[in-house]
Design a binder for this molecule. Structure first.
Ligand code: ARG
Length: 458
Protein backbone atom coordinates (compact mmCIF):
# COMPACT_ATOMS: atom_id res chain seq x y z
CA UNK A 1 0.00 0.00 0.00
CA UNK A 2 1.41 3.36 -1.08
CA UNK A 3 1.70 6.12 1.51
CA UNK A 4 -0.51 8.20 -0.77
CA UNK A 5 -2.68 5.27 -1.88
CA UNK A 6 -6.01 6.31 -0.33
CA UNK A 7 -7.40 8.01 -3.39
CA UNK A 8 -6.52 5.21 -5.78
CA UNK A 9 -8.54 2.14 -6.64
CA UNK A 10 -5.83 0.48 -8.68
CA UNK A 11 -2.13 -0.19 -8.31
CA UNK A 12 0.34 1.77 -10.42
CA UNK A 13 1.89 -0.17 -13.27
CA UNK A 14 5.17 -1.71 -12.20
CA UNK A 15 6.88 0.14 -15.01
CA UNK A 16 5.62 3.38 -13.46
CA UNK A 17 6.88 2.33 -10.03
CA UNK A 18 10.34 1.97 -11.44
CA UNK A 19 10.17 5.05 -13.60
CA UNK A 20 8.81 7.29 -10.89
CA UNK A 21 11.18 6.23 -8.12
CA UNK A 22 14.15 8.33 -7.13
CA UNK A 23 15.35 6.12 -4.30
CA UNK A 24 18.13 4.81 -6.55
CA UNK A 25 19.88 8.16 -6.31
CA UNK A 26 18.25 10.23 -3.57
CA UNK A 27 19.17 7.75 -0.82
CA UNK A 28 22.28 9.89 -0.63
CA UNK A 29 20.09 12.34 1.28
CA UNK A 30 19.17 9.95 4.11
CA UNK A 31 21.12 11.79 6.77
CA UNK A 32 19.90 15.28 5.97
CA UNK A 33 16.38 13.95 5.50
CA UNK A 34 16.46 12.56 9.04
CA UNK A 35 18.04 15.77 10.32
CA UNK A 36 15.21 17.80 8.79
CA UNK A 37 12.58 15.40 10.11
CA UNK A 38 13.98 15.49 13.64
CA UNK A 39 13.81 19.29 13.64
CA UNK A 40 10.29 19.15 12.21
CA UNK A 41 9.16 16.63 14.86
CA UNK A 42 10.62 18.76 17.65
CA UNK A 43 8.82 21.77 16.26
CA UNK A 44 5.52 19.85 16.08
CA UNK A 45 5.89 18.87 19.73
CA UNK A 46 6.95 22.28 20.89
CA UNK A 47 4.07 23.96 19.05
CA UNK A 48 1.55 21.44 20.49
CA UNK A 49 0.65 20.25 16.99
CA UNK A 50 1.41 16.76 18.27
CA UNK A 51 2.05 15.87 21.91
CA UNK A 52 5.58 16.31 23.26
CA UNK A 53 5.60 12.56 24.03
CA UNK A 54 4.79 11.72 20.41
CA UNK A 55 7.48 14.11 19.23
CA UNK A 56 9.96 12.46 21.55
CA UNK A 57 9.03 9.04 20.23
CA UNK A 58 9.49 10.21 16.64
CA UNK A 59 12.86 11.78 17.36
CA UNK A 60 14.13 8.61 19.03
CA UNK A 61 12.66 6.49 16.25
CA UNK A 62 14.40 8.58 13.60
CA UNK A 63 17.70 8.34 15.45
CA UNK A 64 17.35 4.61 15.53
CA UNK A 65 16.47 4.52 11.79
CA UNK A 66 19.64 6.49 11.16
CA UNK A 67 21.67 3.93 13.10
CA UNK A 68 20.04 1.10 11.17
CA UNK A 69 20.90 2.74 7.85
CA UNK A 70 24.47 3.46 8.86
CA UNK A 71 25.07 -0.05 10.10
CA UNK A 72 23.89 -1.39 6.77
CA UNK A 73 20.73 -3.04 8.07
CA UNK A 74 18.37 -1.23 5.75
CA UNK A 75 17.42 -2.06 2.24
CA UNK A 76 15.52 0.78 0.66
CA UNK A 77 12.38 -0.20 -1.21
CA UNK A 78 11.53 0.91 -4.71
CA UNK A 79 7.91 0.61 -3.67
CA UNK A 80 8.35 3.58 -1.36
CA UNK A 81 9.53 5.70 -4.22
CA UNK A 82 12.01 8.07 -2.63
CA UNK A 83 14.17 8.58 0.43
CA UNK A 84 11.48 10.61 2.20
CA UNK A 85 8.81 7.94 2.09
CA UNK A 86 11.29 5.13 2.71
CA UNK A 87 12.36 6.75 5.94
CA UNK A 88 8.81 7.49 6.98
CA UNK A 89 7.94 3.85 6.37
CA UNK A 90 10.95 2.63 8.36
CA UNK A 91 9.94 4.96 11.19
CA UNK A 92 6.34 3.82 11.24
CA UNK A 93 7.38 0.17 11.19
CA UNK A 94 9.54 0.91 14.19
CA UNK A 95 7.34 3.12 16.41
CA UNK A 96 3.82 2.54 15.09
CA UNK A 97 1.12 5.20 14.91
CA UNK A 98 3.19 8.11 16.24
CA UNK A 99 5.31 7.79 13.11
CA UNK A 100 2.27 8.55 10.98
CA UNK A 101 2.09 11.99 12.57
CA UNK A 102 5.53 13.10 11.37
CA UNK A 103 4.23 14.36 8.05
CA UNK A 104 1.72 16.72 9.72
CA UNK A 105 2.19 20.29 8.46
CA UNK A 106 4.68 19.17 5.87
CA UNK A 107 4.81 18.15 2.24
CA UNK A 108 7.50 16.28 0.38
CA UNK A 109 7.89 19.51 -1.57
CA UNK A 110 9.26 21.52 1.35
CA UNK A 111 10.93 18.38 2.69
CA UNK A 112 12.98 17.76 -0.44
CA UNK A 113 13.83 21.45 -0.66
CA UNK A 114 15.22 21.47 2.87
CA UNK A 115 17.12 18.24 2.23
CA UNK A 116 18.90 19.60 -0.84
CA UNK A 117 19.79 22.78 0.99
CA UNK A 118 21.17 20.92 4.00
CA UNK A 119 23.14 18.62 1.73
CA UNK A 120 24.54 21.36 -0.45
CA UNK A 121 25.43 23.56 2.50
CA UNK A 122 27.71 20.86 3.84
CA UNK A 123 29.23 20.07 0.46
CA UNK A 124 30.01 23.72 -0.27
CA UNK A 125 31.94 23.83 3.02
CA UNK A 126 33.94 20.77 1.98
CA UNK A 127 34.61 22.15 -1.51
CA UNK A 128 35.70 25.51 -0.08
CA UNK A 129 38.09 23.60 2.19
CA UNK A 130 39.60 21.88 -0.85
CA UNK A 131 39.89 25.19 -2.68
CA UNK A 132 41.60 26.74 0.32
CA UNK A 133 44.12 23.90 0.32
CA UNK A 134 44.79 24.49 -3.37
CA UNK A 135 45.24 28.22 -2.79
CA UNK A 136 47.88 27.45 -0.16
CA UNK A 137 49.62 24.94 -2.43
CA UNK A 138 49.78 27.45 -5.27
CA UNK A 139 51.19 30.10 -2.95
CA UNK A 140 53.88 27.70 -1.72
CA UNK A 141 54.72 26.75 -5.29
CA UNK A 142 54.95 30.40 -6.30
CA UNK A 143 57.08 31.18 -3.26
CA UNK A 144 59.64 28.59 -4.40
CA UNK A 145 59.69 29.99 -7.92
CA UNK A 146 59.67 33.76 -7.60
CA UNK A 147 62.86 33.86 -9.67
CA UNK A 148 62.19 30.91 -11.97
CA UNK A 149 62.26 32.34 -15.48
CA UNK A 150 59.86 30.97 -18.08
CA UNK A 151 58.32 32.12 -21.34
CA UNK A 152 55.01 33.91 -21.12
CA UNK A 153 52.70 33.33 -24.08
CA UNK A 154 50.00 35.02 -26.04
CA UNK A 155 48.37 33.06 -28.88
CA UNK A 156 50.56 30.24 -27.53
CA UNK A 157 53.48 32.05 -29.13
CA UNK A 158 56.39 33.11 -26.97
CA UNK A 159 55.68 36.67 -25.90
CA UNK A 160 57.64 38.00 -22.92
CA UNK A 161 59.61 36.34 -20.17
CA UNK A 162 57.80 35.91 -16.87
CA UNK A 163 58.38 33.75 -13.81
CA UNK A 164 56.79 30.45 -12.91
CA UNK A 165 55.81 31.95 -9.56
CA UNK A 166 53.93 34.73 -11.36
CA UNK A 167 52.13 32.19 -13.51
CA UNK A 168 51.06 30.23 -10.41
CA UNK A 169 49.80 33.38 -8.73
CA UNK A 170 47.62 34.11 -11.76
CA UNK A 171 45.80 30.85 -11.04
CA UNK A 172 45.70 31.76 -7.37
CA UNK A 173 43.56 34.79 -8.27
CA UNK A 174 41.18 32.68 -10.34
CA UNK A 175 40.65 30.08 -7.62
CA UNK A 176 40.29 32.83 -5.04
CA UNK A 177 37.38 34.25 -6.99
CA UNK A 178 35.93 30.74 -7.30
CA UNK A 179 36.18 30.37 -3.53
CA UNK A 180 34.39 33.67 -3.01
CA UNK A 181 31.65 32.81 -5.49
CA UNK A 182 30.95 29.58 -3.62
CA UNK A 183 30.89 31.36 -0.28
CA UNK A 184 28.43 33.80 -1.75
CA UNK A 185 26.31 31.00 -3.17
CA UNK A 186 26.24 29.46 0.32
CA UNK A 187 24.36 32.51 1.60
CA UNK A 188 21.48 31.78 -0.75
CA UNK A 189 21.57 28.04 -0.10
CA UNK A 190 21.38 28.61 3.64
CA UNK A 191 17.70 29.64 3.70
CA UNK A 192 15.06 27.42 5.26
CA UNK A 193 12.03 26.25 3.21
CA UNK A 194 10.17 24.09 5.78
CA UNK A 195 6.72 25.34 6.69
CA UNK A 196 5.97 26.01 3.04
CA UNK A 197 3.90 22.83 2.86
CA UNK A 198 3.01 21.76 -0.65
CA UNK A 199 2.89 25.34 -1.92
CA UNK A 200 0.57 27.54 0.10
CA UNK A 201 1.89 27.30 3.64
CA UNK A 202 0.12 25.22 6.28
CA UNK A 203 -2.93 25.52 8.48
CA UNK A 204 -0.86 24.61 11.54
CA UNK A 205 0.92 27.06 13.78
CA UNK A 206 4.26 25.98 12.36
CA UNK A 207 7.18 27.66 14.09
CA UNK A 208 9.48 28.55 11.23
CA UNK A 209 11.78 30.60 13.46
CA UNK A 210 12.38 27.53 15.59
CA UNK A 211 13.08 25.39 12.50
CA UNK A 212 15.46 28.01 11.14
CA UNK A 213 17.45 28.12 14.38
CA UNK A 214 17.31 24.37 14.99
CA UNK A 215 18.73 23.58 11.55
CA UNK A 216 21.23 26.43 11.62
CA UNK A 217 19.81 28.36 8.68
CA UNK A 218 20.25 32.12 8.49
CA UNK A 219 16.60 32.84 7.64
CA UNK A 220 13.48 31.15 6.28
CA UNK A 221 12.18 31.51 2.73
CA UNK A 222 9.89 34.53 2.76
CA UNK A 223 7.47 33.19 0.18
CA UNK A 224 6.33 29.60 0.45
CA UNK A 225 5.46 29.29 -3.23
CA UNK A 226 9.02 30.30 -4.08
CA UNK A 227 10.40 28.00 -1.36
CA UNK A 228 9.12 24.86 -3.07
CA UNK A 229 9.40 26.04 -6.68
CA UNK A 230 12.91 27.19 -7.24
CA UNK A 231 16.19 25.42 -7.66
CA UNK A 232 18.15 28.50 -8.65
CA UNK A 233 20.55 27.81 -5.80
CA UNK A 234 21.40 24.45 -7.40
CA UNK A 235 21.96 26.14 -10.75
CA UNK A 236 24.09 28.80 -9.10
CA UNK A 237 26.20 26.16 -7.42
CA UNK A 238 26.72 24.20 -10.64
CA UNK A 239 27.66 27.37 -12.51
CA UNK A 240 30.19 28.20 -9.81
CA UNK A 241 31.46 24.63 -10.09
CA UNK A 242 31.69 25.05 -13.87
CA UNK A 243 33.92 28.06 -13.40
CA UNK A 244 36.19 26.11 -11.06
CA UNK A 245 36.36 23.35 -13.68
CA UNK A 246 37.02 25.86 -16.45
CA UNK A 247 40.01 27.14 -14.48
CA UNK A 248 41.20 23.63 -13.71
CA UNK A 249 40.88 22.68 -17.37
CA UNK A 250 43.07 25.58 -18.48
CA UNK A 251 45.67 24.71 -15.89
CA UNK A 252 45.52 21.04 -16.91
CA UNK A 253 45.86 21.94 -20.57
CA UNK A 254 49.04 23.85 -19.75
CA UNK A 255 50.40 20.97 -17.68
CA UNK A 256 49.70 18.58 -20.55
CA UNK A 257 51.53 20.83 -22.98
CA UNK A 258 54.35 21.44 -20.53
CA UNK A 259 54.85 17.69 -20.00
CA UNK A 260 55.34 17.10 -23.72
CA UNK A 261 58.80 16.54 -25.21
CA UNK A 262 58.26 19.80 -27.08
CA UNK A 263 58.12 21.79 -23.83
CA UNK A 264 59.52 19.64 -21.01
CA UNK A 265 58.78 22.37 -18.47
CA UNK A 266 57.32 19.95 -15.94
CA UNK A 267 57.33 16.27 -15.23
CA UNK A 268 54.42 14.64 -13.47
CA UNK A 269 55.27 12.36 -10.61
CA UNK A 270 54.96 8.67 -11.50
CA UNK A 271 52.15 8.41 -8.96
CA UNK A 272 50.09 10.81 -11.08
CA UNK A 273 50.87 9.48 -14.55
CA UNK A 274 50.03 6.34 -16.45
CA UNK A 275 51.63 4.22 -19.12
CA UNK A 276 50.59 2.80 -22.45
CA UNK A 277 49.50 -0.78 -23.05
CA UNK A 278 51.49 -0.91 -26.26
CA UNK A 279 54.21 1.76 -26.24
CA UNK A 280 56.67 0.91 -23.50
CA UNK A 281 58.26 4.34 -23.39
CA UNK A 282 55.06 6.28 -22.71
CA UNK A 283 54.31 8.33 -19.61
CA UNK A 284 50.99 10.05 -20.07
CA UNK A 285 49.46 12.92 -18.09
CA UNK A 286 46.12 11.09 -17.83
CA UNK A 287 45.09 12.75 -14.60
CA UNK A 288 45.32 16.21 -16.11
CA UNK A 289 43.54 15.02 -19.24
CA UNK A 290 40.75 13.47 -17.24
CA UNK A 291 40.16 16.63 -15.25
CA UNK A 292 40.06 18.52 -18.55
CA UNK A 293 37.54 15.97 -19.80
CA UNK A 294 35.38 16.09 -16.69
CA UNK A 295 34.95 19.80 -17.27
CA UNK A 296 32.68 18.90 -20.17
CA UNK A 297 30.67 16.69 -17.88
CA UNK A 298 30.11 19.49 -15.35
CA UNK A 299 29.11 21.92 -18.13
CA UNK A 300 26.70 19.19 -19.22
CA UNK A 301 25.23 19.10 -15.72
CA UNK A 302 24.72 22.85 -15.85
CA UNK A 303 22.91 22.65 -19.17
CA UNK A 304 20.95 19.71 -17.79
CA UNK A 305 19.57 21.53 -14.75
CA UNK A 306 19.02 24.80 -16.60
CA UNK A 307 16.97 22.95 -19.18
CA UNK A 308 14.98 21.04 -16.56
CA UNK A 309 14.00 24.29 -14.87
CA UNK A 310 13.31 26.25 -18.03
CA UNK A 311 9.68 27.30 -18.35
CA UNK A 312 8.44 25.13 -15.46
CA UNK A 313 5.22 26.59 -14.13
CA UNK A 314 5.04 27.15 -10.37
CA UNK A 315 5.11 25.35 -8.01
CA UNK A 316 6.61 21.85 -7.68
CA UNK A 317 6.66 19.65 -10.78
CA UNK A 318 7.99 16.14 -10.91
CA UNK A 319 10.57 17.31 -13.44
CA UNK A 320 12.38 18.72 -10.44
CA UNK A 321 13.19 15.27 -9.14
CA UNK A 322 15.74 15.27 -11.97
CA UNK A 323 17.71 18.01 -10.22
CA UNK A 324 19.57 15.53 -8.07
CA UNK A 325 21.64 13.47 -10.55
CA UNK A 326 23.39 16.53 -12.05
CA UNK A 327 23.85 18.05 -8.59
CA UNK A 328 25.33 14.93 -7.01
CA UNK A 329 27.48 14.27 -10.04
CA UNK A 330 28.86 17.80 -9.92
CA UNK A 331 29.63 17.64 -6.21
CA UNK A 332 31.37 14.26 -6.41
CA UNK A 333 33.42 15.05 -9.48
CA UNK A 334 34.40 18.51 -8.36
CA UNK A 335 35.67 17.19 -5.04
CA UNK A 336 37.65 14.42 -6.76
CA UNK A 337 39.15 16.83 -9.29
CA UNK A 338 40.21 19.37 -6.68
CA UNK A 339 41.78 16.77 -4.46
CA UNK A 340 43.73 15.00 -7.16
CA UNK A 341 44.74 18.20 -8.90
CA UNK A 342 46.30 19.53 -5.71
CA UNK A 343 48.26 16.32 -5.23
CA UNK A 344 49.37 16.36 -8.86
CA UNK A 345 50.72 19.94 -8.88
CA UNK A 346 52.42 19.64 -5.51
CA UNK A 347 54.34 16.53 -6.60
CA UNK A 348 55.32 17.47 -10.15
CA UNK A 349 58.92 18.30 -11.00
CA UNK A 350 59.59 21.78 -12.36
CA UNK A 351 62.35 21.90 -14.98
CA UNK A 352 63.86 25.36 -14.43
CA UNK A 353 66.62 24.67 -16.98
CA UNK A 354 64.17 23.94 -19.79
CA UNK A 355 62.01 26.93 -18.96
CA UNK A 356 65.02 29.22 -18.92
CA UNK A 357 66.31 27.80 -22.20
CA UNK A 358 62.96 28.42 -23.86
CA UNK A 359 63.19 32.12 -23.05
CA UNK A 360 66.36 32.30 -25.17
CA UNK A 361 64.38 31.56 -28.32
CA UNK A 362 61.54 33.54 -29.79
CA UNK A 363 62.85 37.10 -29.36
CA UNK A 364 60.98 37.51 -26.11
CA UNK A 365 63.05 40.56 -25.21
CA UNK A 366 62.01 42.46 -28.35
CA UNK A 367 59.60 44.67 -26.42
CA UNK A 368 62.36 45.49 -23.94
CA UNK A 369 64.68 46.48 -26.80
CA UNK A 370 61.96 48.81 -28.06
CA UNK A 371 61.48 50.21 -24.55
CA UNK A 372 65.24 50.83 -24.41
CA UNK A 373 65.02 52.97 -27.54
CA UNK A 374 62.02 54.82 -26.12
CA UNK A 375 64.10 55.72 -23.08
CA UNK A 376 66.71 57.10 -25.49
CA UNK A 377 64.08 59.42 -26.94
CA UNK A 378 62.48 57.48 -29.82
CA UNK A 379 58.66 57.44 -30.05
CA UNK A 380 57.35 53.93 -29.27
CA UNK A 381 55.93 53.34 -32.76
CA UNK A 382 59.30 54.13 -34.36
CA UNK A 383 61.11 51.93 -31.87
CA UNK A 384 58.64 49.11 -32.66
CA UNK A 385 59.51 49.44 -36.35
CA UNK A 386 63.28 49.38 -35.73
CA UNK A 387 63.08 46.30 -33.55
CA UNK A 388 60.77 44.58 -36.02
CA UNK A 389 63.47 44.98 -38.67
CA UNK A 390 66.06 43.66 -36.21
CA UNK A 391 63.98 40.56 -35.60
CA UNK A 392 63.67 39.95 -39.33
CA UNK A 393 67.45 40.24 -39.60
CA UNK A 394 67.97 37.90 -36.65
CA UNK A 395 65.75 35.28 -38.28
CA UNK A 396 67.87 35.52 -41.44
CA UNK A 397 71.20 35.20 -39.65
CA UNK A 398 69.80 32.77 -37.06
CA UNK A 399 70.79 34.72 -34.00
CA UNK A 400 69.02 35.83 -30.85
CA UNK A 401 68.79 39.60 -30.34
CA UNK A 402 71.16 39.43 -27.37
CA UNK A 403 73.73 37.63 -29.56
CA UNK A 404 74.05 40.48 -32.04
CA UNK A 405 77.26 42.48 -31.90
CA UNK A 406 77.18 46.14 -30.99
CA UNK A 407 77.99 46.96 -34.62
CA UNK A 408 74.94 45.03 -35.72
CA UNK A 409 72.84 46.91 -33.14
CA UNK A 410 74.20 50.23 -34.36
CA UNK A 411 73.34 49.41 -37.96
CA UNK A 412 69.67 49.56 -36.92
CA UNK A 413 69.81 52.66 -34.74
CA UNK A 414 72.49 55.08 -33.59
CA UNK A 415 70.75 55.17 -30.19
CA UNK A 416 72.10 51.76 -29.18
CA UNK A 417 75.12 51.53 -26.88
CA UNK A 418 76.87 48.81 -24.87
CA UNK A 419 74.34 49.28 -22.07
CA UNK A 420 71.77 47.46 -24.24
CA UNK A 421 73.21 44.05 -23.29
CA UNK A 422 72.48 43.94 -19.56
CA UNK A 423 68.91 45.19 -20.02
CA UNK A 424 67.82 42.47 -22.39
CA UNK A 425 68.57 39.39 -20.34
CA UNK A 426 65.42 37.49 -19.37
CA UNK A 427 66.07 38.26 -15.70
CA UNK A 428 66.35 41.95 -16.37
CA UNK A 429 63.29 42.02 -18.63
CA UNK A 430 61.37 40.51 -15.74
CA UNK A 431 62.82 42.68 -12.98
CA UNK A 432 62.23 45.84 -14.98
CA UNK A 433 58.45 45.36 -15.05
CA UNK A 434 57.95 47.98 -12.35
CA UNK A 435 54.17 48.36 -12.60
CA UNK A 436 52.25 47.05 -9.59
CA UNK A 437 51.03 43.48 -10.09
CA UNK A 438 53.77 42.66 -12.61
CA UNK A 439 55.97 39.61 -12.99
CA UNK A 440 58.94 41.32 -11.25
CA UNK A 441 60.01 39.25 -8.23
CA UNK A 442 59.40 42.14 -5.84
CA UNK A 443 55.81 42.38 -7.06
CA UNK A 444 55.25 38.64 -6.95
CA UNK A 445 56.51 38.68 -3.38
CA UNK A 446 53.84 41.26 -2.55
CA UNK A 447 51.20 39.01 -4.19
CA UNK A 448 52.42 36.09 -2.12
CA UNK A 449 52.27 38.10 1.07
CA UNK A 450 48.71 39.19 0.30
CA UNK A 451 47.82 35.62 -0.58
CA UNK A 452 49.17 34.31 2.72
CA UNK A 453 47.18 36.89 4.66
CA UNK A 454 44.09 35.97 2.65
CA UNK A 455 44.27 32.21 3.14
CA UNK A 456 45.08 32.72 6.84
CA UNK A 457 41.86 34.72 7.16
CA UNK A 458 39.68 31.92 5.73
N1 ARG B 1 11.29 12.53 -4.90
C1 ARG B 1 10.74 13.83 -5.08
C2 ARG B 1 11.81 14.80 -5.62
O1 ARG B 1 12.93 14.49 -5.50
C3 ARG B 1 10.24 14.36 -3.78
C4 ARG B 1 9.19 15.40 -3.92
C5 ARG B 1 7.95 14.76 -4.41
N2 ARG B 1 6.84 15.65 -4.35
C6 ARG B 1 5.75 15.40 -5.01
N3 ARG B 1 4.82 16.26 -4.90
N4 ARG B 1 5.62 14.36 -5.80
O2 ARG B 1 11.53 15.82 -6.19
Amino acid sequence: MKLWGGRFSKETASLVDQFNASIGFDQKLYKVDIMGSIAHAKMLGKSQIITPAEAQKIVEGLQSVLEDIESGQVEFQLAYEDIHMNIEKLLTDKIGDAGKKLHTARSRNDQVAVDIRLYLREEIEIICGLLKKLLISLTDLADNHVETVMPGYTHLQRAQPITFGYHMMAYFQMFKRDYERLKDCYKRVNIMPLGAGALAGTTYATDRDFLTAELGFSAYCDNSLDAVSDRDFVIEFISDASLVMMHLSRFCEELILWSSAEFQFVEMDDAYSTGSSIMPQKKNPDVAELIRGKTGRIYGNLTNILTIMKALPLAYNKDMQEDKPPLFDTVENLKDCLEIFDAMVTTMKIRKDKMKKATREGFMNATDVADYLVKKGLPFRSAHEVVGKMVLYCIQVQKAIEDLTIEEFLSFSPDFAEDIFPVITAEHCIASKVSKGSTAPENVKIMIEKARAYTASL
